[in-house]
Design a protein around this ligand. Structure first.
Ligand code: CAA
Length: 256
C-alpha cells in the first residue's frame, strides 16, 4: 500500500501529515484509511496528549479524490460508503489541531472541520466547491459548515462554491486563528505544546462537552457539562491545578 501520509511524534504531539503533494493532498481511499488509523493509534497512545493534522504549504487538501469517484455509479458509491468511516475521527478523545496552508476545499475543508482548533496561514483558501462538479458536500460539509458559520454563509459557500480567504473564514467562525504565511506550522505546533501543558483529562472532557453542544438541546448540554465538571473533581490534576493556583506556582499535570 502506498504511503499517503507521514507520521511523527514530537514531545507528546502526534503529527499526521497528508503526503500527496503532486495531487494537492486529494483525499483518496488509502490516504483516508491511513489518516484515520494513525489518528486512532495516537489517540490510544498514553504518551500522546494531542494530535496535529496538516498538509503542506500548497494544500491542506483540495478535496476528495475526484478521479476515484468520477466514473462510480450510485450503487458503487453506496457500497464504498467512503465517508461512513469519518465518524471514527469524531469519536477520538484527544484534541486535534489543524495546521492549514494553501487550499482546504471540499473534503479537505470537511476534514479540517473535524479538527478542534484550526490554525491557518493568511494565504490559505477555503471552500466547498462540490456544486461545480454537479454534487454537494458529502463528508459532513452541509452540516458542520452550517453549524460553524450559520445558514446564510453556509448557503452562500455551498450553493456558489466560491473560495474564501483566511480573513473571511476567521470572521465567519470557520477557523480559530490566522497567522502570517510562513508561520502556519510553527504556530500550530506552539498551540499543541500549550495543550500538552494542560490537564489531559480536562482537555478531553472539554472537547467532548463542546462537541455535545452540536448534538443536543441547551438544557441537556448544560446537564452533561455539569456532570463532567463534577467528574473532574475525581482527578489528581484538579487538586494539583487548584493547589498550584493557591501556592502561586505553575501546575504540573500528571494526567490522572
Ligand atoms: N482530486 C483529484 N486530483 C486533484 C484534486 C482533487 N480534488 N485537486 C487537485 N488535484 C490534482 C490535479 O488534477 C492536478 O493533478 P495533475 O498534475 O496530475 O493534473 C494536481 O492536483 C494539481 O492541481 P491543479 O493543476 O489543478 O492546480 P491549480 O493550482 O491549477 O488549481 C485548485 C488548484 C483550484 C485547488 C484545483 O486543483 C481544483 O479546483 N481542485 C479541485 C477542488 C475540488 O473540486 N474539490 C472538491 C472535490 S469533491 C469532494 O471533496 C466531495 C466531498 O464532499 C468529500
Amino acid at each position: 500500500m502506498a504511503n499517503e501520509i507521514k507520521t511523527e511524534v514530537r514531545d507528546h504531539i502526534g503529527i499526521v501529515r497528508l503526503n500527496r503533494p503532486d495531487k494537492l493532498n486529494a483525499l483518496n481511499y488509502v490516504l483516508m484509511t491511513q489518516v484515520i488509523e494513525a489518528l486512532e493509534q495516537f489517540d490510544a497512545d498514553s504518551d500522546i496528549r494531542c494530535m496535529l493534522l496538516t498538509g503542506d504549504e500548497r494544500a491542506f487538501a483540495a478535496g476528495a479524490d475526484i478521479n476515484e469517484m468520477a466514473d462510480a455509479s450510485m450503487i458503487e458509491m453506496h457500497h464504498r460508503n467512503m465517508f461512513g468511516r469519518w465518524v471514527r475521527i469524531k469519536n477520538l478523545h484527544k484534541p486535534i489541531v489543524a495546521a492549514v496552508s494553501g487550499y482546504a476545499l471540499g473534503g479537505g475543508c470537511e476534514l479540517m472541520m473535524c479538527c478542534d482548533i484550526i490554525i491557518a496561514a493568511e494565504t490559505a483558501r477555503f471552500g466547498q466547491p462540490e456544486i461545480n462538479l454537479g454534487i454537494i458536500p458529502g463528508a459532513g460539509g452541509t452540516q458542520r459548515l452550517t453549524r460553524a458559520v450559520g445558514k446564510a454563509q453556509a448557503m452562500d459557500l455551498i450553493l456558489t462554491g466560491r473560495m474564501i480567504t483566511a480573513a473571511e473564514a476567521l470572521a465567519m467562525g470557520l477557523i480559530s486563528r490566522v497567522v502570517p504565511a510562513e508561520q502556519w506550522f510553527d504556530e500550530a505546533l506552539k498551540v499543541c505544546r500549550e495543550l500538552c501543558q494542560k490537564a489531559p483529562v480536562a482537555l478531553q472532557l472539554g472537547k467532548e462537552t463542546v462537541a455535545k453542544a452540536f448534538e443536543t438541546t441547551l438544557t441537556e448540554g448544560i446537564e452533561f457539562e455539569k456532570k463532567l465538571f463534577y467528574m473532574l473533581f475525581a482527578t489528581d490534576d484538579q487538586k494539583e491545578g487548584m493547589r498550584a493556583f493557591q501556592e502561586k506556582r505553575q501546575a504540573i499535570f500528571a494526567g490522572r
